[in-house]
Structures are given as structure tokens and as C-alpha cells.
Design a protein around this ligand. Structure first.
Ligand code: GRG
Length: 285
């Protein structure tokens, strides 16, 4: 699965014509990330249908392109101003700010161009259209971008745990939910199954982000491939800053337990999704 994603991601990006832009897109998208969201989409598809096909693989790569764009833009001086990502210089450090903005824009547009081509190819089937609408909404102004906007607006401010949960659910949870929902839809799952997978995605996204808040405090730069302490530097409100490290760890453990319980309750055709979910929520990097 991982190798399929790497190969297809490179193939899709290599169709872009402008050499420097293409190079910056490849640098940003193919740097050594965990590929969590595309693997979730493909595993959700397998859980519904038993296997995944070329359409699902392209959708998975589109989701990773959208994620890669969000990281490139998040690292820019105007946002979190980070120098390291995935153990390498961030895209604006490796190239320059203008190239990083354009590479992010291009990855985002390339994802939608690819998904709309798949919808056009399969215009008799509803599933790719529905999957694209779900991903677009999750990545957009009421999903990940809204989460990022709120995250920046709340820097240095006093907010409640409920407010923070709302930010995490949008900023991180939206793409996790979309990965699971779109994968289950592309695999032809029933409405009840799709709803269950979407719920699992949302819970997992929140657990993943709480773990991210914790790792920013306790992990090394070698471990996470970025500069730790960045949340404190940017005066971000996190589970750790609101609850303290111990309570944040307890919340994360409780949520992880609920995630695994739901993953086991869902009628999956293969065991690979449960394994991936367990691996993702116990992340050390
Ligand atoms: C710029 C629109 C826009 C959104 C940015 C993704 C994001 C929203 C910000 C990055 C900062 C951050 C901590 C976001 C929370 C989501 C998250 C944990 C991203 C990192 O995802 P991983 O761990 O990264 O899956 P890899 O490198 O493995 O792909």
C-alpha cells in the first residue's frame, strides 16, 4: 500500500509541466511523511470491499497532495514560520517563499484537477462525485482551512477546552473523517458503515492531534522531524497548555481506547484497517 502511494503520487505530480514548480511539488509531497491519510482512505475502502482499485488509489494520492499543501503553507513565515518539516528544510527554506506558496497552490489544484477527471471518467457512477465533494468540504472553508484560521486567531488567547476541541476537529479531524468516509464510499459500503467509518475518522483525528500536542512537548527533533516546542513558541492553545501534560496524556489514553473499541465494533471485510488505526493512534513521531 505504502509503495503504491509513493509511486502514484510521483506519477501524478510528474505530469506538471513547469520544472522548478514540479520539483518543489515533488520535494513537498514526497518527503518522508507517514502517509496516514491516504493509507486510511485505502484501508477504509478495503474494509468495505476487500480491496482497493486505481480510482481509490488516485483519491488517496489527492488527499495526500491536499495535506502536503497544508503543511507547506502552515510552515510559511506568515503562519507558523517553521524551518524543519519531515526532517528536512521546509519548502520555503529549500526554495523561497514565492515558490513554496505556488507549490502549495499547485498541489491543491492538482488534487482537484485529478479528482474531477476521475469523476468525469466515471460520470455514470455516483461514488467518485460524492467522495470528491466530501474531500473538498473537509479541506475547505468549513473544515481544515477554518480550523487553521481559528488556530491562528486563538494564538495567545484564553479559550475553553470545547473551543480547542472544535479547532482540532476541523484542523486535523476533518481530513481524517474525509479519508475514512470517502474510502468507505469508494468501496461501496452501506450508509451505516460509512457513518461508522466517518465517526471513527473524527475520533482518531482528535486523538492524533492530542498526541501531536503531547509530542511537541516531550519528543526530540529527530523523532518528529520538526522543531519541538513550536506550539509554545507560537503561543498556541493545546491540550497540554490547557490541561497540563498528565491530564492531556490521560485524555489521549481514554480516547485511544474508545477509538479501538469502535474500530473493533465495525464490520470490516479485512483486518488491515484495525491494524493501521492502532498504529496511527500510538504514534511516536
Ligand atoms: C495551511 C490551510 C492550512 C492548514 C494547515 C495541517 C495544518 C493545517 C497545519 C500543520 C500543523 C499541525 C500540527 C496540524 C495538525 C495536523 C497534523 C498533526 C499535521 C501533521 O500531520 P502528520 O503527522 O504529518 O500526518 P506527516 O509529515 O507524517 O504527513
Amino acid at each position: 500500500m505504502f509503495e503504491d502511494i509513493e509511486r502514484r503520487l510521483a506519477e501524478l505530480i510528474n505530469t506538471c509541466e513547469e520544472p522548478r514548480l514540479r520539483e518543489a511539488m515533488l520535494y513537498s509531497a514526497l518527503s518522508p511523511g507517514k502517509r496516514v491519510r491516504p493509507r486510511l482512505l485505502l484501508s477504509a475502502c478495503e474494509a468495505a470491499k476487500g480491496s482497493y482499485d486505481a480510482t481509490a488509489l488516485d483519491f488517496a494520492c489527492c488527499l495526500e497532495m491536499i495535506h502536503a499543501y497544508s503543511l507547506v503553507h502552515d510552515d510559511l513565515p506568515a503562519m507558523d514560520d517553521d524551518d524543519l518539516r519531515r526532517g528536512r528544510p521546509t519548502t520555503h527554506k529549500q526554495y523561497d517563499e514565492a515558490t513554496a506558496i505556488l507549490a502549495g497552490d499547485a498541489l491543491l489544484n492538482h488534487a482537484y484537477e485529478t479528482m474531477s477527471r476521475l469523476c468525469a471518467d466515471f460520470f455514470r457512477l455516483r461514488r467518485p462525485v460524492v467522495a470528491m465533494a466530501i474531500i473538498a468540504k473537509a479541506a475547505g472553508a468549513s473544515g481544515m482551512i477554518a480550523g487553521q484560521a481559528l488556530d491562528l486567531q486563538c494564538e495567545g488567547k484564553k479559550i475553553t477546552l470545547e473551543d480547542l476541541k472544535g479547532i482540532h476537529k476541523r484542523k486535523t479531524g476533518a481530513l481524517f473523517t474525509a479519508a475514512m468516509e470517502a474510502g468507505a464510499i469508494l468501496g461501496g459500503g452501506t450508509r451505516l458503515f460509512v457513518q461508522g467509518m466517518a465517526k471513527l475518522g473524527g475520533m482518531m483525528g482528535l486523538a492524533f492531534q492530542i498526541r501531536d500536542d503531547i509530542l511537541d512537548v516531550v519528543a526530540t527533533h529527530e523523532q518528529i522531524g520538526k522543531t519541538p516546542g513550536s506550539d509554545a513558541k507560537n503561543e498556541k492553545v493545546t491540550y497540554v497548555s490547557l490541561l497540563g501534560l498528565q491530564k492531556a496524556e490521560d485524555t489521549y489514553k481514554r480516547l485511544s481506547h474508545d477509538v479501538m473499541a469502535l474500530a473493533h465494533a465495525l464490520p470490516c471485510k479485512t483486518g488491515s484497517l484495525r491494524e493501521l488505526v492502532a498504529q496511527i493512534i500510538s504514534r511516536e513521531k
